[in-house]
Design a protein around this ligand. Structure first.
Ligand code: 13P
Ligand code: SF4
Length: 316
């Protein structure tokens, strides 16, 4: 049995499950967290599914095993609920690459443009935005914007470029990126495809165009997962964060999945921030009801506008 901090794993599962009942808590986890976190969570999902789950539930406490912007979004939607996070320092470097002061200047350079912002951003950036989006709903949202309307998109340049091309729209892009997705190389990808001609390459749109153009299917974490279930193909090379392989394998035990390769010993292969959510930290955060997400009310109300618009404009 694996030892996790001071408790054994099974004991932690039991204690967490008992606390869930006692606190009337809902544990949400992103697909990129550790398998044991996904096992103990009530809902595992991508950014959109988790935002929706955070919006509609009867829990008194939300415990968010993900990264900071996700828990912050849950708190923006639920001011009356306590929102806890196992590790407050599990941030998102993509979100951090877009400071509010600089983004305000960027926005001011394009007066009249509508600002559509990836959910992987801080509350301050959401407050400066017209509509928030995720990789699941970005296309659906962009297609609702009149063609003559100029669009500013941030902070992910790869997702922005992908969607601008797909929707045939000119978009002004903030030049942020996710190190996990941006780091896949075309050369290694092509080698893997040549070595496994029976496999399909599937990729998240946070990857660079030079990778995306070789993919059989491009989609959000949830779309990739659904594709592996519905596709008749039995082997996949997956270009996204490796945490999703746990759910892919669970849903299709007869199929085989391999991570798209990176250079040997590349330390940027996993989202280390997502992995900061350990069972021990999850248990301690529930037991002690800390760390808790706190957000100033004025900022919350400003950020809520763009999140609400996203939820209204998303497909059903
Ligand atoms: P999705 O969950 O929307 O696919 O986003 C991926 C991601 O990088 C989350 O941080
Ligand atoms: Fe941020 Fe990338 Fe980690 Fe997602 S996978 S939380 S975008 S660093």
């Amino acid at each position: 049995m694996t030892r996790e901090g001071t408790y054994f794993r099974e004991e932690l599962f039991q204690r967490i499950n008992a606390l869930k009942k006692e606190m009337n808590a809902l544990v949400l986890a992103h697909y990129y967290t550790l398998p044991e976190i996904q096992q103990v969570a009530d809902i595992v999902g991508d950014s959109l599914a988790l935002a929706r789950a955070a919006e509609k539930n009867n829990a008194d406490v939300i415990v968010f095993a993900g990264v900071y912007f996700m828990a912050e979004t849950a708190k923006i939607l639920n001011p009356a609920k306590q929102v806890l996070m196992p590790d407050l320092f599990a941030g998102c470097p993509l979100a951090d690459s877009c400071p509010a002061d600089e983004f305000r200047k960027f926005k001011n350079q394009h007066p009249g443009a509508i600002v559509i912002t990836y959910i992987n951003s801080t509350a301050e950036i959401k407050a400066l935005s017209d509509i928030t989006c995720t990789s699941s709903n970005v296309e659906h949202i962009i297609r609702q914007i009149p063609e003559e309307q100029q669009i500013i998109f941030g902070p992910d340049r790869n997702l922005g470029a992908y969607i601008a091309k797909k929707c045939n729209r000119e978009m002004v892009l903030w030049q942020g990126y996710c190190y996990v997705h941006d780091d896949f190389s075309e050369e290694y990808m092509l080698k893997a495809c040549a070595e496994h001609p029976d496999a399909e390459l599937i990729a998240h749109p946070e990857c660079q165009e030079e990778v995306l153009r070789h993919a059989h299917f491009v989609g959000s974490t949830k779309a990739l997962l659904d594709y592996t279930v519905s596709s008749p193909v039995n082997k996949f090379i997956v270009a996204t964060e490796p945490g999703i392989l746990y759910e892919m394998q669970k849903r299709s035990p007869q199929k085989s999945f391999m991570m798209a390769p990176k250079e040997p010993d590349n330390p940027r292969g996993v989202c280390t921030q997502m992995k900061q959510n350990t069972l021990e930290k999850l248990y301690q955060c529930m037991l002690n009801r800390t760390p808790e997400i706190v957000i100033e009310e004025k900022l919350r109300l400003e950020a809520l506008v763009s999140i609400r618009r996203m939820l209204e404009m998303s497909p059903g």
